[in-house]
Design a protein around this ligand. Structure first.
Ligand code: PLP
Length: 354
């Protein structure tokens, strides 16, 4: 029983630290390096731990999110997304005066706007071209278009062309490892073929960035990939735990039983405002307890006989099915070690999705 108001976001510090070390050990002997995606934890406190363990910088999803990490003094930030609105581009150029910022770009119009804002701010923006490697989201679609865009970026004095990124998000959750490896390598090969075409065109490519948690060791071992953007490995959520990657579950939402209306049902105080369910329902850690439904403020647990001793005011822990979006619902983390509260810290970039 923890003396923590629920619902609360709980981190098992030992498990999280082991995950950081496990990932660091993998990259220590590789050419590719880790640039963890901070959209998972949204916390400079945790980003500094990843950097201390050898990460070369961080990845962010959004401008306002990146600002939190720049404010915290982090010096190497990849914004792995397009920033297109003129006001946001001005803001981005301003941030580039405080940290080394690398931004993803996939069109000439955007490159032109980035260059103008960068020049006006007296800043220097580093640019990666985003390449679609099969996800079907953002990114330039063809090699000739990448080469043309790279040449254009090189012609703009206030931009510095750094390389390419291609996130194989369509591969990261493939359950069978052999199939995940085959698809992941196909995507990585598409990206490295783009690099080769750029080099052949006389354009130097410093960064080739790819990978998520499900493919960290596929992209990390693929010749030519220089950086991996994995984020979820830090905590592991229920969806990623299914892949058996060897990282430990380190994140739960602590909830309190507020009702026992029937012997086989318990009602807890964590609902959709505390847990997301786009990747399926969270999983209770209590043997015999299964979360079967979330409403706004309530979770409904179905109890097998072995779990029916559960009483009102008992606490249960729920493993989020998707850590990144669940964390974004909470103001702070409660860090526990050996079952005792050790430290709390804010989800500093909570709600920073613009
Ligand atoms: C661009 C990008 N890179 C990397 C990731 C990897 O994240 P994860 O470690 O959660 O798989 C994501 C996840 O959505 C992403 O969108």
């Amino acid at each position: 029983m923890f003396d923590i108001p629920t619902p609360a976001l709980i981190v098992d510090l030992d498990a999280m630290e082991e995950n950081i070390q496990q990932m660091a050990r993998y990259f220590a002997s590789r050419k590719a390096k880790l640039r963890p995606h901070a959209k998972t934890h949204k916390s400079p406190f945790l980003a500094w731990k990843q950097l201390a363990a050898g990460a070369i910088g961080i990845t962010c999803a959004k401008l306002s999110e990146a600002e939190v990490f720049v404010q915290a003094g982090i010096q190497d930030v990849l914004l792995a997304n397009q920033v297109t609105h003129p006001k946001k581009i001005r803001h981005l150029a301003g941030l580039a005066r405080h940290s080394r910022i690398i931004v993803a770009c996939d069109s000439q119009a955007n490159a032109k706007d980035l260059a103008e804002a960068s020049r006006a701010a007296g800043a220097s923006l580093n640019v990666l071209i985003e390449v679609d490697v099969g996800l079907g989201r953002s990114g330039v679609r063809t090699i000739p278009d990448v080469v043309q865009l790279a040449r254009y970026i090189q012609s703009l004095p206030s931009l510095s062309f750094k390389g390419i990124m291609g996130y194989e998000g369509h591969c990261v959750f493939i359950k069978d490892y052999a199939a995940r490896k085959a698809e992941g390598e196909k995507a990585n090969a598409r990206l490295v073929a783009v690099r080769d075409a750029l080099i052949q065109a006389g354009i130097p490519v410093e960064i080739v960035s790819a990978g998520g948690t499900g493919t960290y060791n596929i992209a990390g071992d693929f010749p030519g990939i220089t950086e991996v953007q994995a984020g979820s490995y830090l905590f592991m959520d229920a969806r990623y735990l299914e892949l058996g990657l060897g990282f430990k579950p380190a994140l739960t939402v602590l909830a309190t039983v507020v009702g026992r209306p029937e012997p086989h049902l318990a009602i807890v105080d964590a609902g959709k405002k505390a847990l997301t369910e786009e990747f399926g329902l969270p999983q209770a850690t209590l043997p015999g307890a299964e979360l079967v439904r979330l409403s706004e403020e309530h979770g409904i647990l179905k109890l097998a006989p072995e779990a029916q001793g559960l009483k009102v005011n008992d606490q249960v822990q729920l493993i989020p099915s998707h850590g990144c979006t669940t964390i974004n619902l909470h103001d702070r983390y409660y860090g526990l070690r050996g079952g005792r509260l050790e430290i709390t810290w804010p989800v500093a970039a909570r709600g920073r999705f613009s």
